[in-house]
Design a binder for this molecule. Structure first.
Ligand code: PHE
Length: 443
């Protein structure tokens, strides 16, 4: 056990920006837009909002409560409140960090590559080369560069590395999204994009499949179910208001996802590329948008540069939180120094990204396993833990939050609603995901 005093955020704003930085990332832009396109536009958005409010928000507050209350990284935190029997859950969290960051770094590498295209050569023809750009040694090289940056920042520590990066980059990211949304609104033909995004097709609304996707997206986008928010909250003092923090974090995350939709859909539709939206896959954003940028001429290169820079920034602050889960566990449980932990864990994760860098199919399956099994499963067990096992979670959540009156509602959601919803989707999602894994292996 390390004897050095545990690092703390330098301010409440620093924590909130770091947590928003974790939440806002490729999930808000890449994943949110292709899922929305695939599942009927606004109907999916409404469902996603509902799940975020009733399932995501309670789990977020639960993670913050366990993290701040214990002042420990997830494995030690769960042992602190639940005893030895609960350490495996913490280990699963760390494993999820490994798995997610491995393919997340690959996609982040694509964003670096596409950002550079704006400077070297432009976007003409890029759409036809997605499969070559996204797979192979070059994809791995960009993943490596991205991981090196992530490792460097996490090695710098909570304040000097993570907090400083978030404080610098999050306002910039917000300006970029807002600026791009304004630009998109001024494109002739933008209305069709809005119509597609905001018109509702309720046909798939009540399917378990769409609910699963919405729940997976809510967890992924809010960085829930694997201890990332728990880890960040462990660097927080007891005088901080957690309920308000959780509402601010979730609100900012949803707002940026929504704004990203206001960027992506008008741009695609203004250039008449809607036919491609229907055939959306993990590659949608990286196929249709470069084509849109190519169609805008010289302006397209500037817009493309800003767009992919925004994606890269979002990805970076999220990747940092994924690595921090693993690093903080190595520091607390193995007694390693921070720099050593960042380098070794980050290096191992980079190698684990190789299959995702060489095969889109593998990347897609890793994403499904991460969401449908690790995050939703982790969220289920965690809600049961805080709802039923932990002593006095309300007292812990309430420290620094005098006057908050909805704790009884929080507890009821955690005890009944969250587990019921997650169980309902998991029953279907787990076998489906395992089939996808098998199909990949036997292919
Ligand atoms: N929330 C991040 C995003 O939307 C991804 C993430 C998931 C980060 C889980 C940390 C933990 O891109």
């Amino acid at each position: 056990m390390a004897n050095a005093p545990r690092e703390q955020w330098s301010s409440r704003t620093g924590f909130v920006l770091a947590a928003v930085g974790s939440a806002v990332g490729l999930g808000n832009m890449w994943r949110f837009s292709y899922l929305t396109a695939e599942h009927g536009g606004a109907a999916f958005v409404i469902l996603y909002l509902g799940v975020t409010l009733l399932v995501g928000l309670p789990v977020l507050l639960a993670e913050l409560t366990v993290g701040r209350g214990s002042q420990r990284s997830p494995i030690a935190a769960l042992r602190h409140y639940g005893g030895r029997a609960w350490t495996p859950l913490g280990v699963v969290f760390v494993a999820a960090g490994f798995l997610i960051l491995a393919y997340y770094g690959v996609i982040a590498g694509w964003t670096l590559r596409y950002g550079m295209m704006a400077i070297f050569g432009g976007y003409a023809g890029a759409a036809d080369h997605f499969e070559e750009i996204a797979q192979g040694p070059d994809a791995f090289a960009f993943h490596l560069v991205f991981m090196a940056i992530t490792i460097g920042i996490v090695a710098g520590g909570v304040k000097a590395g993570i907090e400083r990066t978030a404080t610098l980059l999050m306002p910039l990211l917000f300006l970029m999204v807002a600026g791009l949304a304004v630009h998109a609104a001024l494109l002739p033909g933008a209305e069709e994009g809005y119509a597609y995004y905001l018109d509702t097709d309720f046909s798939g609304f009540f399917s378990r499949e769409v609910l699963t996707q919405a729940a997976g997206q809510a967890f992924f986008s809010l960085s829930l179910g694997m201890g990332a928010m728990m880890t960040y909250a462990s660097y927080l003092g007891r005088d901080q208001n957690l309920p308000t923090g959780s509402v601010v974090i979730a609100g900012a995350d949803v707002a940026i996802a929504f704004l990203a939709g206001l960027v992506v859909f008008p741009m695609i539709f203004a250039l008449g590329l809607s036919a491609k939206v229907g055939s959306s896959t993990v590659g949608a954003l990286f196929i249709t948008l470069p084509e849109a940028f190519a169609g805008m001429g010289g302006v397209g290169r500037v817009v493309g540069l800003i767009f992919f820079a925004m994606l890269a920034v979002g990805a970076l602050t999220s990747a940092i939180s994924l690595l921090e889960v693993v690093v903080s566990a190595a520091i607390d449980s193995l007694g390693w120094g921070r720099r050593r932990a960042a380098l070794l864990a980050g290096g191992a994760i980079t190698l684990l990204g190789a299959p995702a860098a060489w095969s889109l199919g593998a990347l897609d399956v890793m994403d499904q396993v991460a969401n449908n099994i690790f995050l939703l499963g982790g969220g289920l067990v965690l809600s049961l833990f805080v709802g039923w096992r932990m002593q006095d979670p309300v007292g812990e959540a309430g420290a620094g939050a005098e006057g908050v009156r909805w704790f009884f509602l929080w507890r009821a959601l955690l005890r009944f609603v969250v587990p019921a919803v997650l169980l309902y989707v998991l029953i279907d999602a787990v076998p489906g995901t395992l089939r996808a894994v098998l199909a990949l292996i036997t292919a």
